[in-house]
Design a binder for this molecule. Structure first.
Ligand SMILES: Nc1nc2c(c(=O)[nH]1)N[C@H]1C(S)=C(S)[C@@H](COP(=O)(O)O)O[C@H]1N2
Ligand SMILES: [Mo]
Length: 366
């Protein structure tokens, strides 16, 4: 089997994707491995840098619709039973194109910045449910609101001038035993940029729900209306509507090609193993199909089992018949029978969120 030629010599680095230094993508080379190392795991912050938290003085407050409000040190949290498993998550804005999708076609995919606003890691922490049970949720509880330590003017145009990063999760998902208060990432304390000392981790959901630098858990008796809940990360009600109708929660069924990586060449007539990843919220992937001719014909890939809530890795042996340009595609179907759409489903929305279409991957065969 031929190994593809690459021009990569140095260890890859995170890729800055906006001028504000708030978003860094996992590089394509790192996306070829199951576990993304901590220093290459994508970063998505709403403000530059990470809040500086003194872990000795740190307390997590738990209050609102509870019988016993709590103030927990990291040591107190560590006394609860430890849970450790892999979780894959992607930013809701992963696989985004720089310009709005309205009136655009598949040609706009050429501007795609890639699919690296995502990662898979092994996380450890304690069950949020254990903490909520310690506090005793009242019957009036509707949602659980998670407050980060980071705040400032909103990134879009500084309005509002002061807002905190906060998101809520319905009670049912908050009480899921695998919804974690995580303090470890790949066997190390959470790195500062990933939420040190504590973050929420909501397996199967888009990344914005997993609040970093978690300082407050507030049980509330209504639906949270905050900026990052009800104005960002929403899907519009329809092409002609200005009304938001729901916020993204579970990651939609999706797959990507990770090898060949962008710029990598493949040799004609030699077998090459095309590999990639596929995932779908909390459920497993049942099937991945691969096309090497731009979507005209499809063939089944071999899909590996996942670990915990990780992505599935998949592979497909390919022998490119002749030199030239090829368009590879992968199309995943989940255990519920949902398949990736051929076009970006919310392109009329104009917000670029939740793009799970079948993506074209251009490869040069020599
Ligand atoms: N406190 C806080 N939590 C946050 C964010 C943030 O800016 N502040 N960004 C969210 C978004 S949009 C994503 S996609 C993930 C990214 O997590 P990561 O930087 O560890 O990859 O964190 C989420 N949690
Ligand atoms: Mo995100």
């Amino acid at each position: 089997m031929a190994t593809a030629q690459t021009i990569v010599t140095a260890r890859p680095q995170l890729i800055p994707t906006n001028a504000g230094e708030r978003t860094f993508a996992t590089p394509p080379q790192a996306m070829q491995e199951n576990i993304i190392p901590n220093d290459l795991f994508y970063i998505r912050n709403h403000w530059k840098g990470a809040p500086d938290i003194d872990v000795d003085a740190y307390r997590l407050s738990v209050d609102g619709e509870v019988e016993r409000p709590l103030s927990l040190s990291m040591d107190a949290l560590r006394e609860l039973p430890l849970k450790r498993f892999q979780v894959t998550f992607e930013c809701c804005g992963n696989s985004m194109v720089p310009e709005y999708w309205a009136k655009k076609t598949r040609a706009a995919m050429e501007q795609l910045k890639g699919h690296g606003i995502m990662g898979n890691a092994e996380w450890a922490g304690v069950s949020l449910r254990d903490v909520l049970e310690m506090a005793g949720m009242k019957d009036s509880a509707v949602e659980v609101l998670f407050e980060g330590a980071d705040h400032g003017p909103d990134e879009v145009n500084g309005d509002p001038p002061e807002v905190t990063y906060e998101r809520s999760v319905p009670v049912a998902k908050s009480m899921h035993p695998d919804t974690l208060l995580a303090f470890e990432m790949n066997g190390e304390p959470l790195p500062p940029m990933h939420g040190y000392p504590l973050r929420l981790l909501v397996p199967g959901w888009y990344g914005m729900t997993s609040v970093k630098w978690l300082v407050g858990i507030h049980v509330i008796d209504h639906e949270f209306q905050g900026l990052y809940q009800k104005e960002r990360y929403m899907v519009l009600a329809g092409p002609e509507s200005d009304e938001f109708y729901k916020y993204h929660t579970e990651m939609m069924v999706k797959s990507i090609v990770t090898a060949p990586a962008p710029g990598e060449t493949v040799r004609a007539g030699e077998e090459y193993t095309v590999t990639g990843a596929a995932w779908s919220g909390e459920v497993e992937i049942a099937r991945v199909e691969v096309s090497t001719d731009g979507g005209r014909t499809w063939d089944d890939a071999e899909v590996m089992p996942r670990s915990g809530y990780s992505w599935h890795r998949w592979s497909y042996d390919w022998r490119a018949p002749a030199s030239g340009g090829y368009t590879l595609m992968s199309r995943a179907t989940n255990a519920k029978g949902e398949t990736q759409p051929m076009e970006f489903p919310n392109q009329w929305d104009g917000h670029n969120y939740g793009n799970n279409m079948v993506f074209p991957f251009e490869v040069q065969v020599t």
